[in-house]
Design a protein around this ligand. Structure first.
Ligand code: G
Ligand code: MN
Length: 333
């Protein structure tokens, strides 16, 4: 799994790179204040040159993979500040302490989100899948603490690739946050590092939230959510209209987008449901939010969803969740 293990700071005047790393697997190798020339004692030669180039290139944000002399890989992501200085976060791939052969590999898949007005893919939702023993991708069965952290890192990387491939910096990515993530004090730092590290426009990395996820400590969750918005993350209310999703929650949450639950979309032929959907999209518009119809399995309902006021649609009829390479091909097609 990949996770943040500490911070780095580059001082352009003294040409020194400082690592503050607390993770015991890396602290003794990395922590401290390094002269640039001595870094080849830590990284392999190619990595050191890549790092040098990234630190000198003040035009671009920093995102560089480094191989440690001992074989592990770390990633520095961050931004240049004034006077040639730079700083950011250190990410590392660490082996699961449990038998790693028994832990299935996490593979994000990406499902297209389509604009009903422009009739084209304008974003994706990242969904977690696990590679089973036959190499098949299966739905996430394991509830894991590091799940979303990994999904965030992988999906932000994928978003940068999608945006470059399509030459469109407005393309967005939805990533689901769990209740555990909302209680994690490091989440704002990580999301901020990913946004700046990949040079993403504000609002293109969008976090999907459910009221369910905030239930354990609503006040703390709201503080975290507002912090996430402040650093440029987009906010999306997921599964609205079923389960735990109240209007109070909507009143408190500065969301950019509302996803209407598939249980309602499924029943779009029912006139009562149509009235509800129309009211929901109108309300969302007045609150400055976009709306997405979830679980669209039949393309014949698309004109009706448009008439009811939906901006976006997502579902098997428009595209299945796909691995990165397939999703890239789908986007460019
Ligand atoms: O709760 P959330 O909206 O994040 O759930 C998304 C899940 O719904 C994913 O696991 C995805 O595979 C699934 N999904 C996406 N589109 C469709 C669809 O058209 N029909 C059904 N039944 N499931 C879908
Ligand atoms: Mn979702």
């Amino acid at each position: 799994m990949t996770k943040p293990i500490g911070d780095w700071t580059w001082n352009g005047a003294t040409q020194r790179l400082s690592f503050l790393v607390l993770d015991p697997a890396f602290a003794s190798t990395l922590s401290g204040d390094w002269a640039l020339d001595d870094l080849d004692r830590v990284f392999d030669g190619l990595s050191k040159r890549r790092l040098e180039r990234a630190l000198m290139d003040t035009e671009h944000s920093v995102s560089v993979d480094l191989t440690l002399a001992v074989g592990q890989i770390v990633q520095l992501i961050g931004i240049h500040t004034t006077a040639g200085d730079a700083n950011g976060t250190v990410l590392a791939t660490v082996r699961d302490p449990v038998d790693s052969d028994l832990t299935p590999e996490l593979v994000p898949v990406f499902q297209p989100i389509v604009s009903l007005r422009r009739n084209r893919t304008i974003g994706f939702e990242a969904l977690a899948r696990w590679k089973d023993e036959n190499g098949e991708l299966v739905r996430a069965a394991i509830e894991e603490t590091a799940l979303a952290t990994n999904m965030l890192i992988a999906s932000a990387d994928a978003l940068a690739q999608f945006q470059n491939a399509a030459d469109d910096k407005t393309l967005f990515m939805h990533i689901n946050l769990t209740g555990l993530d909302l209680m994690d004090d490091g989440i704002i730092g990580l999301v901020s590092a990913l946004i700046t590290g990949h040079d993403l426009q504000a609002g293109t990395l969008r976090l999907e939230l459910t009221e369910q996820a905030a239930l354990r400590d609503t006040r703390k969750a709201l503080i975290t959510i507002r912090g996430l918005k402040d650093i440029g993350a987009g906010l999306v209310l997921d599964d609205f209209g079923s389960g735990h999703s109240s209007f109070l929650w909507l009143a408190d949450l500065p969301a950019d987008s509302l996803k209407v639950d598939s249980a309602l979309i499924e029943r779009v032929a029912d006139p009562r449901v149509q009235t509800i959907l129309e009211a929901l999209t109108l309300m969302a518009k007045r609150l400055g939010m976009q709306t997405t119809a979830e679980g669209v399995e039949d393309i014949n309902v698309l004109p009706q969803l448009r008439t009811l006021g939906f901006d976006h649609a997502q579902g098997y009829a428009l595209g299945r969740p796909m691995p990165l390479s397939k999703a890239l091909a789908f986007l460019l097609d």
